[in-house]
Design a binder for this molecule. Structure first.
Ligand code: HXC
Length: 255
């Protein structure tokens, strides 16, 4: 990934942080975005390990179109180009559908669905206007096509992001050679999602029992897959969603 420039939204923690670390280790220049500047600075120190010049942080909110436009301008001003966009920023909480407030619904839709579109649109326009090719990687979840009981807002938004991935793969793939793919992670340790799933001991036990491989995934495994999808080895992959969940979503009748 030498000198390739990657923007990772929500890159100050969880899977975003580990993807950034992997990409920088392989020579990439990485931009991580997030809403909290202290967390971003801490992440930059963790990721860089002596190569701080290869990590740039941008405090922004994917829900704000002006912030997103500035993210593109600042990235180009700093590193001169953009090669990949990883739409990793997410918002989620567990709430039964009947108890979810309209604002709770629209907050998650705004971060996950609208934020992914705003970032893809701004970076895609930059590529198209400059005659460059690039690739987009969206983080979804298996409930983008399956049921997401307790997270109807996130499931609906991720289903939209998956449709967006496939639509852009066709629209921008055919006209501009821009690829768009997605990863659907299962429960992954050291992430905000796992913290929510492991709120109680019984919930933790249920989650582990639901995974045929009997363990959580690691953010390093997600980073390895992301690295492959962005690489030339996956140059023919377009509009695909790759599940990395230990077989969890197939496990309908555990025995
Ligand atoms: C019910 C809740 C709630 C909860 C927030 N709300 N948390 N309702 N149960 N636990 C409601 C609020 O009451 C409010 O509605 C509305 O949501 C907006 O809340 P705010 O706190 O004002 O929003 P904001 O500050 O913008 O924060 C967004 C957020 C927050 C999504 C609520 O959790 C966040 O920023 N999360 C980012 C990190 C994150 O969630 N990462 C995990 C992704 S994991 P009212 O009606 O009161 O105004 C993932 C994988 C899935 O996606 C794993 C399975 C769980």
């Amino acid at each position: 990934m030498k000198d390739e420039v990657v923007i990772i939204t929500g890159g100050s923690s969880g899977m975003g942080l580990y993807m950034a670390k992997r990409f920088v280790d392989e020579g990439a220049k990485v931009v991580i975005t997030g809403r909290n500047s202290e967390r971003l600075d801490k992440a930059r120190t963790q990721i860089a390990e002596g190569k701080k010049e290869n990590v740039f942080v941008i405090e922004m909110d994917v829900r704000k179109v002006d912030d997103v436009e500035k993210m593109v301008q600042q990235t180009v001003a700093k590193f001169g180009r953009i090669d990949h966009l990883v739409n990793n920023a997410a918002g989620n909480f567990i709430a039964p559908a009947e108890k979810l407030s309209p604002n709770g619904w629209s907050t998650v839709i705004d971060i996950v669905l609208n934020g992914t579109f705003y970032c893809s649109h701004a970076v895609g326009k930059y590529w198209i206007e400059n005659g460059q090719k690039g690739s987009i990687l969206n983080m979804v979840a298996t409930y983008a096509w399956n049921a997401g009981a307790g997270v109807i807002h996130s499931a609906s938004a991720k289903a939209g992001v998956l449709a967006m991935t496939r639509t852009l793969a066709v629209e921008w793939g055919s006209k501009y050679g821009i690829r768009a793919n997605a990863i659907a992670p299962g429960p992954i340790e050291r992430t905000g999602g796992a913290e929510k799933l492991f709120e109680s001991e019984s919930a933790a036990k249920r989650t582990l029992q639901s995974v045929p491989l009997g363990r959580l995934g690691t953010p390093e495994e997600i980073a390895g897959l992301a690295r492959f999808i962005l690489s030339e080895d996956a140059a023919y992959m377009n509009g695909e969603v790759v599940t990395l969940d230990g077989g969890q979503w197939l496990n309908q009748f555990p025995f």
